[in-house]
Design a protein around this ligand. Structure first.
Ligand code: E4P
Length: 224
């Protein structure tokens, strides 16, 4: 399962990219506004693209098909590899259909149910983003909904890729990997936390102390 960073923060993207474990970045208007409400979106997106180079989802803000298609064209003029992130609306599905005819990659966002995921796939989406954290927030079981989506994908051998989105904790990442999501898009703090383990820190501490002890013994032998 690939990992994308769900962020518009340059420092975070730079740091996560330097760890060699991310294959792309997903952004949305809220993530961009969180960094700086006055941000120049085009400039920020191009900065991220230059830094990571892999998948980069850029979201449209129109809610009608023509507006979405116009925005898609604009975004693709910034860099031709852009994946266009389209909201899960009937008008969005129509835009996805049009873009898929031109082989333009799309990521259908704000998916909360298997039927929405199926519809996005049938419209020709390249990626379908199921929001786990927001489902859990309203008392739904995101793990079982993701499992249903994954089962449908494997029964039908769909080509589109499932992105587990709205990830809030390391368990969401593992649940996504276990059921066969193709990608998890993860916020920086969750990704960093996921890599930590107290036994790893303790182990490093012991190794370093033992190494120092060894050096002290060698020094004693040399000076005797
Ligand atoms: C990713 O594509 C989504 O925009 C993102 O994961 C949403 O996450 P949130 O529910 O934490 O805002």
């Amino acid at each position: 399962m690939q990992i994308y960073l769900d962020s518009a923060n340059i420092q975070h993207i730079q740091q996560a990219a330097s760890w060699g474990i991310i294959d792309g970045v997903t952004t949305n208007p809220s993530l961009l506004a969180k960094e700086d409400p006055k941000v120049d979106v085009k400039q920020r997106i191009l900065e991220i693209h230059k830094m990571v180079g892999g998948h980069l989802s850029v979201e449209v803000i129109s809610t009608n098909t023509d507006g979405m298609l116009r925005e898609a064209e604009e975004i693709r003029s910034w860099f031709p590899e852009a994946t266009i992130k389209i909201p899960m609306l009937p008008a969005g599905l129509a835009a996805v259909k049009e873009l898929s005819k031109k082989n333009i990659p799309t990521n259908v966002t704000l998916i909360f149910s298997p039927i929405q995921a199926l519809a996005a796939n049938n419209a020709g989406a390249t990626y379908v983003s199921l929001f786990l954290g927001r489902l859990d927030d309203i008392g739904m079981n995101s793990a079982s909904i993701l499992e249903e989506v994954a089962n449908i994908w494997y029964v039908h051998n769909f080509e589109s890729k499932i992105i587990a989105a709205s990830i809030r904790n390391p368990l969401h990442i593992i649940q996504s990997a276990k059921v066969g999501a193709h990608i998890a898009t993860v916020p920086f703090d969750v990704l960093k936390k996921s890599l930590m383990h107290p036994l790893t820190d303790q182990g490093i501490d012991i190794f370093l102390k033992d190494y120092d002890r060894m050096q002290t013994e060698i020094q004693k032998i040399i000076t005797e």
